[in-house]
Ligand binder design. Structure first.
Ligand code: BDR
Ligand code: CA
Length: 319
């Protein structure tokens, strides 16, 4: 059994990542922490509580993370994020308000520090799928946790262009300084970036399989996925049809590292100029090599998508 903490900026593919984690028999989700990116922390945490209830797991605790980068006074959702995920992060779809649970009083930073200290490094994996700000803050507050922390992150792009600027992937661009601190901290880290997440696609026909379950949760997921596919295809009219399963792939790689082929590589993030937010793996340029990071460059897409569909459909039928 692998224990997981998901650090989500809960938009559409974060929702799918949450569903995949809950649907995976070898995973125990011990907490969800809210970061910013697709939405604000406040909105993301509200989405997490509502989704956990929708998926039948309201007892999973939700913790609020830091709500803006340390170099800014506040955070505003980027237009690209609002376009891809809708104003509430869930394509505008209304999830019933969460009646039974509320955000924990403990901060996400304290929860992460305590969780890392109280587990063996190979027992717990943290999967960030938004800005790295909260995790970087935990590392700064408790540098002793760095060598015990195991992270499989969705973010960055080494062999592909960015998806917000020609160089930068959205999650890294939200807070390049924080991702840089995470890369330099000496944690055991796997970067699951656009190099592999753009190879895992969900089609319109697969989106409809959720509706065909005849459940309200299935209809909700189908509607949300149809929205996500519409905007993705509109943005990339000549690309492979469907939408990318960015965040669920990071969860799947955390649970089954063999799904991706990795390459050992020290990393850093460019923070200046037009390349701000670009992930760099060139050893001649990485200034603080951690010696403990790798980048996913290949993926068994067919095996992953098949497993994703099988598990999440089973979850939806149970809800
Ligand atoms: C990443 O950015 C967000 O929009 C998605 O949820 C995913 O985490 C893809 O670049
Ligand atoms: Ca995300």
């Amino acid at each position: 059994m692998t224990k997981l903490i998901l650090d989500l900026d809960t938009g559409i593919d974060d929702t799918l990542a949450l569903a995949y984690a809950l649907a995976s028999p070898e995973a125990e989700l011990i907490g969800v922490t809210g970061t910013f990116g697709n939405v604000t922390v406040e909105q993301g945490v509200a989405n997490d509580l509502a989704l956990l209830e929708l998926f039948g797991r309201p007892e999973v605790p939700v913790f609020a993370g830091i709500d803006h980068p340390s170099w800014a006074d506040s955070f505003e959702v980027m237009p690209e994020s609002a376009r891809f995920h809708g104003a509430n992060g869930l394509s505008g779809a209304r999830v019933p308000a969460c009646a039974h649970s509320s955000v924990q009083a403990t901060s996400a930073v304290d929860f992460i520090i305590d969780a890392v200290r109280s587990h063996e490094p190979d027992e717990l994996v943290i999967v960030p799928t938004g800005a790295s700000t909260t995790i970087a803050a935990a590392l700064q507050a408790a540098p002793d946790v760095a060598r015990r922390m195991h992270v499989v992150m969705m973010g960055g792009a080494l062999t592909q262009p960015g998806n917000v600027t020609p160089f930068a992937e959205a999650n890294v661009l939200q807070d390049p300084e924080a991702t840089n601190a995470l890369f330099a901290a000496g944690t055991d880290l796997t970067m699951v970036g656009l190099d592999v997440t753009t190879q895992v696609k969900l089609t319109r026909a697969q989106a409809e399989e959720f509706r065909a379950t005849g459940t309200a949760t299935g209809a909700f997921l189908s509607d949300m996925l149809t929205y996500y596919i519409d905007v993705t295809e509109e943005a990339h009219p000549t690309g492979v049809p469907g939408c990318n399963l960015h965040d669920p792939l990071a969860v799947a790689a955390a649970l089954d590292p063999g799904l991706v082929g990795t390459f050992t590589c020290d990393l850093m993030v460019e923070t200046e100029g037009a390349g701000r937010g670009r992930t760099i793996g060139d050893p001649a340029r990485v200034t603080c090599p951690s010696g403990r990071s790798r980048v996913a460059l290949t993926v068994d897409a067919e095996r992953f998508v098949e497993r994703f569909m099988e598990r999440t459909l089973a979850l939806v039928r149970r809800c």
